[in-house]
Design a protein around this ligand. Structure first.
Ligand code: COA
Ligand code: AMP
Length: 637
């Protein structure tokens, strides 16, 4: 098939309003838009102003109304509890409508926030849809975050109600969630009116009288309510993501533009046909889960899998193949780290022989760079196309991809292929000038950003403008550095800030440094991301102790590890730190973090011209060698 990518991409940039208005025809609107796009108040874009729409209606009710109520909408597969359960559109509609009724009878109105702190269970999806149904704004907090992170989000979102699971299950460990919620509420200055707890049989949670109710109780007395149309520009959800400080950024998603692009992406990017089973193996706590476990497949009409398990260990490295075969999955989306985990445990993919995966046609990978080895391994064993693609919480849907539905382009291993229609992507130098093709620079997107892209940060227009638009006026700064090559392919090389990517999870080293700096014995610290064969990157800490501290360094490091786990959460995967006498700095006092990361990665390091004292690099190399880093990588030119 000849690819329609070039003409589609060109048209999306030439006539964005016409392009997206056409895509918007696939959505059920209560009232159509007055204008397709309003960019009069830059950098804040508004797509489809004047339109009224309901996301839950488009995800559920319209399928039921069209006679597809009995078709499968969601398949919950949980090897950790031994459960497989399907929900039809009609069942999901009924559950979402009743939970929406429960929220409303507890005072939740359009625009009110509801925080969800939940494992990968159907109630999480139902609660999201129920919020959408009544125009409430959900904010899902990933279960691997600690009470402190949850408290920060509660204070920023100020939810009326919090919905939580009593526990999560990590392979074979039960992780109680409710005590973390109780602690978070204790720490937060904002207090919710009520908490609704899904009591899981693996570990039920004690309830706080007068505040907590069980999911079962609230559902028993709930009346189903209809969808409430909201403005297309009203928020559907807030999803917090790591910024460069300890304060997470509340990414806002609107209703109208989001519906349009997610629906469009299901065919143009992912090449799906309604009815085909789709699986995004992520977590509802991340943007991938919001977009491609919940909203996109439901709106588009593809049965979606909700998997409560891991690529390995639940029970083995054949878990993904089992799900594909058992549920007839046509395409899946996961992070490369999941495939590296499978490859490590089953290098020849021997377990694939146990399953018939003839239903499967394409693997999509994102969340971190797909390294060519993992790409080749997956292609060789699956004998199917494997496509890397690149996006962020801010975008909500792919920014760089091999648009399979427009006719796939040749794959260049290591590149997520080309900019997705709607995104005018440029690579610029320090001065904001485009660099020649093939040269590295900051990846930016020229306004107008397409529909679906975050219109602002929750309650913080100023931070939105400052973080993303002041560096290069008229351009959104992605935070990634990379290359556009002579064929127009994108190469994502690194971050331009202190964000690291651990197992596809976006984490701020700045936030970890704030935790380390709070330790009584620490005078100075730095956290850098170092290469890891499984997770892509891992955080590594460096601490300088206060004068006069003479406790054993191991003891202090163990305390630091515990502090990061308790303050940010296990997801930070902060397990190692080195105690050093001093940190390498420029003469102006800036810590040379990237130089330290290079030493740890075993790269030959050119001594920075601005360094205060070059001898420190040798000290750093010596300090991390016992931790298994930087072997054979002495510093200096
Ligand atoms: N609730 C509570 N704790 C959680 C959690 C959750 N929802 N998710 C992760 N954690 C914990 C883990 O148990 C682990 O804790 P530990 O330090 O006590 O072992 C820690 O957070 C780190 O988790 P994770 O990064 O998932 O590492 P892992 O070693 O458990 O698993 C992989 C590694 C590669 C198998 C796993 O990261 C994975 O499946 N990734 C691919 C899919 C994906 O989630 N992608 C996200 C973006 S698309
Ligand atoms: P998140 O907002 O958590 O989705 O993280 C987004 C960041 O992950 C991006 O800005 C990139 O740094 C990184 N990322 C996501 N997908 C890719 C990819 N395909 N290739 C390289 N980096 C990626």
């Amino acid at each position: 098939m000849t690819s329609r990518y070039d003409e589609t991409y060109a048209r999306s940039l030439r006539d964005p309003e016409g392009f997206w208005a056409e895509a918007a025809e696939a959505i059920d609107w209560e009232k159509r838009w007055d204008r397709v796009f309003d960019g009069s108040r830059q950098p804040f874009n508004r797509w489809f102003p004047g339109a009224r729409v309901n996301t839950c209606h488009n995800a559920l009710d319209r399928h039921v109304a069209a006679g597809r109520g009995a078709q499968t909408a969601l398949i919950y597969d949980s090897p950790v509890t031994g459960t497989v359960r399907s929900f039809s559109y009609a069942e999901l509609q009924d559950l979402a409508a009743r939970f929406a009724g429960a929220l409303r009878s507890r005072g939740v109105r359009a625009g009110d926030r509801v925080v969800l702190y939940m494992p990968m269970i159907p109630e999480a999806v139902i609660a999201m849809l129920a919020c959408a149904r009544i125009g409430a704004v959900h904010s899902v907090v990933f279960g691997g975050f600690a009470a402190n992170e949850l408290a920060t989000r509660i204070d920023d979102a100020r939810p009326k109600i919090i919905v939580c699971g009593s526990c999560g299950i990590e392979v074979n460990r039960v992780i109680p969630y409710k005590p973390l919620l109780d602690e978070a509420i204790e720490r937060a200055s904002h207090k919710p009116d009520a908490c609704i707890v899904v009591q899981r049989p693996e570990q039920e949670a004690p309830l706080v009288a007068g505040r907590d109710e069980t999911w079962a109780d609230v559902m028993a007395g709930a009346d189903a309510v209809d969808c409430v149309p909201v403005a297309a520009t009203d928020p559907l959800y807030i999803l917090y993501t790591s910024g460069t400080t300890g304060d997470p950024k509340g990414i806002v998603r609107d209703n109208g533009g989001h519906l349009v692009v997610l629906n469009w992406s299901m065919h143009a990017v992912y090449n799906r046909t309604p009815g085909e089973v789709w699986w995004a193996a992520s977590d509802i706590g991340w943007v991938v889960g919001h977009s491609y476990i919940v909203y996109a497949p439901l709106v588009y009409g593809c049965p979606s899998i909700l998997f409560e398990g891991k690529p390995v260990g639940t029970p083995d490295a054949g878990a993904y193949w089992r799900l594909i075969a058992e549920h007839g999955v046509s395409a899946m989306f996961t992070a490369p780290t999941a495939f590296r985990a499978i490859k490590r445990e089953d290098p020849d993919a021997a377990r694939l022989a146990d399953y018939d995966i003839s239903c499967f046609d394409t693997l999509f990978l994102a969340g971190e760079r797909t390294d060519p080895d993992t790409l080749a391994w997956a292609e060789r064993h699956l004998e199917r196309p494997v496509y890397d693609h690149w996006w962020q919480t801010e975008s909500g849907w792919p920014m760089g991809a091999n648009c399979a539905g427009l006719g796939a382009l040749p794959v260049k291993p290591g590149s997520p292929t080309k900019p997705v229609p709607g995104y005018r992507i440029e690579v610029v130098d320090e001065a904001g000038e485009q660099v020649p093709r093939g040269e590295i620079g900051a990846i930016v997107v020229k306004q107008p950003l397409p529909p679906g892209f975050t219109p602002t940060l929750w309650n913080n227009d100023a931070r939105f403008e400052e973080v993303y638009f002041t560096r290069y006026p008229g351009y959104y700064v992605t935070g990634d550095a990379g290359v556009l090559d002579e064929d127009g392919y994108l190469w994502i090389m690194s971050r331009t800030d202190d964000i690291i990517n651990v197992a596809g999870h976006r984490l701020s080293t700045g936030a970890m440094e704030e935790v380390l700096a709070a330790h009584q014995d620490v005078a100075e610290c730095a956290v850098v991301g170092v290469a890891d064969a499984l997770k892509g990157q891992l955080p590594l800490g460096f601490v300088v102790l206060k004068a006069g501290v003479n406790r054993p360094p191991d003891e202090i490091v163990a305390e630091l590890v515990r502090m990061v786990r308790e303050s940010i959460g296990p997801v930070a995967a902060f397990k190692q730190a080195a105690v050093v006498d001093r940190l390498p700095k420029t003469r102006s006092g800036k810590i040379l973090r990237s130089t330290m990361a290079k030493i740890a990665d075993g790269e030959t390091v050119k001594t920075p011209a601005t360094i205060d004292d070059p001898a420190i690099l040798g000290e750093i190399a010596d300090a991390i060698r016992p931790l298994g880093y930087g072997n054979g990588a002495p510093a200096g030119d």
